[in-house]
Design a protein around this ligand. Structure first.
Ligand code: NAG
Ligand code: NAG
Length: 352
């Protein structure tokens, strides 16, 4: 039997590697030269490893002139100013988009752009329906220097410097466990007909938090507004979606424009359910935090110690709130500390 020459083997192995290498570089070249990742499923999870996107994003906060919205905005803006220039942040400027139609008492304190509310009665008491209309007006009328927009809400606190999580034309969003388009097939299909594609194309997100290219948001916003009004107009949809209707409207509108979001669990943490802050970016205090004095969560039952934004519907919480009892998770402790730091340092906290 002829022995195979070792040199042949070496050449064979090298040749194999070379061919594989060539193929790989061709694929990589093809992928990167197509400039944008169109399929989020192919996208690397941690985009910062790939250099991320170096473009700054504008922080856009939709708000009303109600005292309840105002005190949250003041805390939100305080923490924006603190983290904006930290290493790792890619924050640009900040705008509070005030959709009450007229200036309020915070015009000097927070950069604000006043837009019109929906015509009387159109929101039927569901104030957040004004958000898409607010974005449509702001994008059309304001001068925005940054190429990207972060859509934020008053009850967001920046706990870590937030990089631009979007990648090219693919925005980044936070996956909400309760947004499940496939559970509402009949309803969703009224707005996202079958020829548009599978329901899987609709991301489990709302409009906030989302970091998105300005040009993409300009396309999506009018559709988002149209869909949210149509959804609110349809009793079956209104009943099925309730207070998350406008989130579904954004998810459907972006899918109609073939925009897929990179889903980032680390975008946001929500006490009391998320107990650690870790490397997450936005603390969202939408849920009440109720604990007994042993530090046990008593959710749904008023706690001996509590922090709930809804306890302060008509005016700001007092300065120097008491810290939670021992045993309460880090996320809740940090929330109260951050609220206290902001209220201690904002001039005229309780008189404005
Ligand atoms: C939404 O868009 C459709 C089609 O362009 C139009 O017929 C409809 O009147 C719009 N609805 C609203 C509420 O703006
Ligand atoms: C805040 O309240 C604590 C008691 O809860 C008190 O010991 C402390 O002096 C207060 N700090 C300020 C700045 O008022």
């Amino acid at each position: 039997m002829r022995r195979i020459s070792p040199l042949f083997l070496v050449v064979l192995v090298l040749g194999f590697f070379f061919a594989t290498y060539n193929l790989l570089t061709m694929i990589i070249h093809y992928k990167t030269s197509s400039e944008e990742w169109d399929d989020p499923l192919l996208m690397p999870r941690n985009l910062n490893e790939f250099g991320g996107s170096k473009s700054k994003y504008h922080v856009a906060l939709t708000a009303t002139d109600a005292p309840y919205s105002q005190w949250q905005c003041r805390i939100m803006y305080y923490w924006y100013k603190k983290v904006r220039d930290m290493p790792g942040s890619e924050m640009g400027k900040f705008t509070r988009i005030l959709h009450s139609g007229k200036p309020d008492s915070l015009m000097e304190e927070i950069p604000t752009f006043v837009v019109d509310p929906l015509p009387d009665g159109l929101d039927r008491g569901y104030v957040v329906l004004n958000r898409p209309w607010a974005f449509v007006q702001w994008l059309e009328k304001a001068t925005i220097d940054e190429g990207y927009i972060l859509m934020a809400e008053p009850d967001h606190i920046f706990v870590n410097p937030l990089p631009n999580l979007a990648h090219g034309k693919n925005p980044a969003g936070f996956p909400f466990f309760y947004i499940k388009p496939s559970d509402h097939e009949t309803i969703i299909r009224k707005y996202y007909p079958e020829e548009k594609g599978p329901l899987m194309n609709i991301d489990p997100i709302g409009n906030s938090p989302v970091i998105i290219r300005k040009s993409e948001l300009e396309k999506i916003s009018p559709t988002w507004m149209n869909i949210s009004l149509r959804m609110k107009d349809d009793p079956a949809t209104d009943q099925a979606f309730g207070w998350v209707l406008e989130m579904y409207a954004y998810a459907v509108a972006s899918a109609l424009h073939d925009v897929r979001h990179i889903l980032r669990e680390d975008f946001m943490l929500q006490p009391p359910w998320d107990v650690e802050i870790g490397k997450k970016f936005i603390l969202h205090y939408t849920y009440g935090c109720d604990y007994n004095l042993k530090g046990e969560l008593t959710y749904g039952k008023i706690g001996e110690w509590r922090f709930d934004k809804r306890s302060h519907l008509s005016g700001p919480p007092p300065r120097n709130l008491s810290l939670p009892p021992p045993g309460v998770p880090e996320s809740v402790v940090r929330l109260v500390q951050m609220v206290n730091e902001a209220t201690a340092n904002i001039p005229n906290w309780d008189t404005l």
